[in-house]
Each structure stands twice: as structure tokens, then as C-alpha cells.
Ligand binder design. Structure first.
Ligand SMILES: [Zn+2]
Ligand SMILES: [Zn+2]
Length: 256
């Protein structure tokens, strides 16, 4: 791989699966973003801890951002907590930003108050700006389940990365996206349509969002079982003429 330009974000797809799937290896949402010496993880869903630990020492993460309180986005914090408490170079701690109540959810799994706090420095996620090392993160609320958030990560001079989290209303993201950004978008219901009682996106909604905000590239993820990958990509291309890729675990993208 060619050298990463100094202001470019590097994105590693750790897990790109949805809540359930028949695709082996399609573990829960987890996206690693690095810039110079800063490492930030977006979500840590079911089964994604092993690939994370095979990619980076999880104890060196500067922060983890959890988009919302669905287990396909946070449940492997349990594995991370055990790793930090009992793994190599233990004990260590990592900052975790998440919706209010995240710590209680994890503690309840073990019926042990303080379980998460023994290794995770939990901070309540709110709309606004967070600075982590050399990366600025804009946080906005999105329509999904309770307190749910989308993120835009950027450096001083590089292209931004927008992550939808899970989102039931594409328009929520319009104000977050700048022209030329890379859009990492959930596309749970493939070519669509999204059932009326499901707060998710489909390919046509992502394509329209990408076209009207002028993003430079679309990365699709979080595709549910039963939808065709090619049809899903094609459905996003109907409205958007730029590059569209359905990401897989192990993929790496440099946002230059
Ligand atoms: Zn969700
Ligand atoms: Zn999800």
C-alpha cells in the first residue's frame, strides 16, 4: 500500500455486518479510523473484537464512539473490557463515548454494577464537537432508536468521513456532510424499500443523499441477510454518479 498522505484519514473495516446474517465473518459494526498517532473506533458490534485485536492493540485506542444502544453496535465492549482488565499489559483503560445508559446496559449483562467502569472511561455522547488527538468529530442526533448519533471525522486539511450509524431519515445527515466527504452509510434494506416500522436506510435513500450533498465516494455497509449485494450497489447508483462500494471486513480506505 502506498504511503498515507499526512492529512488523510485511514479507515479500516473491522466489522460490517448487520444485526443478523448468514454471511460467515460478517460481524457487527466496527470501523477503525486512524490519523498520524490518533486511533478512533466507531462502534464495536458482535464478534468484531478478534479482528480489532488483530489490527491494532485495543488498549492503545484513543477513543471509541458508540452510535446507539443496539448490541450489533456495542456488545463487544464486553470482550474489550475483559481484555483491558485481564489481557496483556493489564490493567489498562480506554475512553468510550456513548449514549446515556451504555454503562448500565453492559453492567446488567454481568449483574455487576461497576463492571464496565473497571476498564472503560465512559462519557455521555451529546451533539457537538469532540477533539481526539488530531481528529475533530462532529456529533449529530439521527432518527433511529432512542438516542442515536451520526458522526463526521475530519483533520485540519483532509477529506471528511461521515458515518451514518443506523439512521431512519437520510435528511438528518444533510447538514453534517461537506462536498467531497466520504460517506460510510448503513444500507440495511438493500435496494429497498424500508418497511414503514423500521428506522433504516436503503440504497436509493443513500444514493439520493450522496447526490444532493456532493460526496466524493459512498461506502455501503450493514446490509441485512437476504438482499443481493449487486442489486444494492446498483440501487444507490441510480441517483449518484460517483464511486459506490459495499465494504467488507479487512478492507482499508485512505481518504486522500
Ligand atoms: Zn440499530
Ligand atoms: Zn445496526
Amino acid at each position: 500500500m502506498s504511503p498515507v498522505p499526512p492529512d488523510a484519514l485511514r479507515l479500516d473495516i473491522i466489522g460490517a455486518g448487520p444485526a443478523f446474517t448468514d454471511r460467515p465473518g460478517a460481524t457487527g459494526a466496527a470501523y477503525l479510523v486512524r490519523h498520524r498517532g490518533t486511533a478512533i473506533l466507531l462502534d464495536l458490534g458482535q464478534g468484531s473484537f478478534p479482528r480489532l485485536a488483530g489490527t491494532i492493540d485495543p488498549g492503545t485506542l484513543d477513543a471509541i464512539l458508540i452510535s446507539h444502544l443496539h448490541p450489533d453496535h456495542f456488545i463487544d465492549l464486553v470482550a474489550l473490557r475483559h481484555f483491558l482488565r485481564w489481557g496483556p499489559r493489564a490493567p489498562r483503560r480506554v475512553r468510550v463515548f456513548g449514549p446515556e445508559g451504555l454503562g448500565d446496559r453492559i453492567d446488567a449483562l454481568h449483574a455487576e454494577p461497576g463492571f464496565s467502569g473497571a476498564a472503560l472511561d465512559l462519557e455521555v455522547l451529546e451533539p457537538g464537537l469532540i477533539e481526539i488527538g488530531t481528529v475533530t468529530i462532529e456529533v449529530i442526533p439521527v432518527t433511529h432508536a432512542g438516542r442515536s448519533f451520526g458522526f463526521r471525522l475530519s483533520t485540519a486539511g483532509g477529506r471528511g468521513l461521515v458515518y451514518t450509524g443506523d439512521c431512519g431519515r437520510a435528511e438528518d445527515l444533510d447538514a453534517l456532510i461537506r462536498p467531497g466527504d466520504v460517506l460510510l452509510a448503513e444500507v440495511s434494506f438493500g435496494p429497498g424499500p424500508v418497511p414503514a416500522d423500521a428506522a433504516h436506510l436503503d440504497g436509493p435513500a443513500v444514493g439520493s443523499l450522496a447526490a444532493r450533498t456532493g460526496v466524493g465516494r459512498v461506502l455501503l455497509t450493514h446490509l441485512l441477510m437476504g438482499f443481493d449485494e449487486g442489486d444494492t450497489v446498483a440501487s444507490a447508483r441510480t441517483a449518484y454518479g460517483g464511486p459506490v462500494t459495499l465494504v467488507q471486513p479487512g478492507d482499508t480506505f485512505v481518504l486522500d
